[in-house]
Design a binder for this molecule. Structure first.
Ligand SMILES: O=C(O)CCC(=O)C(=O)O
Ligand SMILES: [Fe+2]
Length: 320
């Protein structure tokens, strides 16, 4: 199992309902929510904090699906037709999602993605209806990728908090099992792979992307920097071997896929160095009732956090 399910217990649900209701009345800006992150984390039920820390420290599961977070006012907000321009108001559900990923790391936005939003909307946009490999697409799939694999060190964690998912379109996750790992992965450890950006990050200069490894870290639990599209080994001696290993990795990851079907109030956190994820094609109606996830990314490594250009009003990454 790549992921573990944690269903919020009735007592925790009650205290989450209070927290969500409080923030639903206050309505925060993204900056205010970040400034209040320590307080928001402290207001999470201890069972939820404990489970998140257990996930962070554990070696068995690389994704955790927390089920049963109350939506509060958010439940009645229509899925935005324009995910980027939609209001940035932090309601109770957003605040709980931010606090949860705040237990794992420092949440941040990209200045050049969704206009720098801290909480990105993964909702189908009519403008991107036919685009492949974008979060706001729908009729074309988003192939397997670790989030922002074009960076040498992408976000440590990715959160997808479901507001609604009427067609039960899953988020697919995949990774390498203990049985998969072996010497065949060695070529993928060479820092010779260029991983290009997906459409949402095209403002990063492609000519500045540095080649890096696709696999690194421990041999029995290796880390991944993977994108099924736009990855190529730099030409030179051994390029055939490098390409073969990459194809074999892609096939292994396709074999290992698991569908996680999000429902309203399900908050999925993924170790972005261990698992890649994808979304299948689906038919959107663009009438306010479509699938809607909130996406937040976070860094755990203080050296990466220090590289975030600005902490006002919240950590933001500038394209390099
Ligand atoms: O919609 C999904 O389930 C995943 C979307 C995604 O991978 C992304 O926005 O980066
Ligand atoms: Fe993604």
């Amino acid at each position: 199992m790549l992921s573990r399910l944690f269903v919020v217990d009735p007592m925790a649900r009650k205290s989450l309902e209070r927290l969500v209701a409080e923030i639903d009345v206050e309505r925060l800006s993204e900056g205010e929510a970040y400034a209040r992150l320590p307080e928001l984390v402290s207001l999470l039920p201890t069972s939820v904090i404990g489970r998140l820390v257990g996930f962070r420290e554990g070696r068995e599961q690389d994704a955790l699906l927390v089920r049963g977070v109350p939506l509060g006012v958010m439940g009645a907000v229509a899925t935005p037709r324009d995910p980027v321009e939609a209001p940035r108001t932090i309601l109770g559900y957003h605040a709980v999602a931010l606090a949860m990923i705040g237990v794992l790391g420092t949440p941040f936005g990209y200045r050049t993605q969704q206009l720098g939003r801290l909480v990105n909307n993964i909702a189908p946009s009519p403008a991107a209806g036919r685009s492949e490999n974008v979060g706001i697409g729908s009729s074309k799939p988003f192939d397997l990728h670790t989030e922002d694999a074009f960076m040498r060190r992408g976000p440590s964690y990715l959160m997808l908090a479901c507001v609604r998912n009427p067609q039960s379109v899953p988020t697919t996750v995949s990774g390498l099992s203990k049985e998969d790992v072996g010497p065949w992965l060695e070529p993928l450890r060479e820092p010779r792979y260029i991983v290009r950006t997906n459409p949402a990050q095209r403002e990063w200069r492609e000519d500045k992307l540095r080649p890096g490894p696709v696999i690194w870290g421990e041999s029995d639990r290796p880390f991944l920097r993977f994108n099924a599209v736009g990855t190529t080994p730099v030409k030179g001696p051994g390029v055939d071997l490098a390409e073969k290993a990459l194809n074999k990795l892609g096939a292994a990851l396709l074999r290992n896929v698991q569908d996680l079907t999000h429902g309203a109030g399900d908050i999925l956190v993924i170790n972005n160095y261990r698992l890649c994820h994808a979304r299948r094609a689906f038919r959107a109606s663009f009438d306010g009732s479509d699938r809607w996830l909130l996406r937040v990314v976070a860094y755990r490594d203080p050296a990466e956090v220090a590289g975030l250009a600005s902490f006002a009003p919240y950590p933001t990454l500038e394209p390099r």
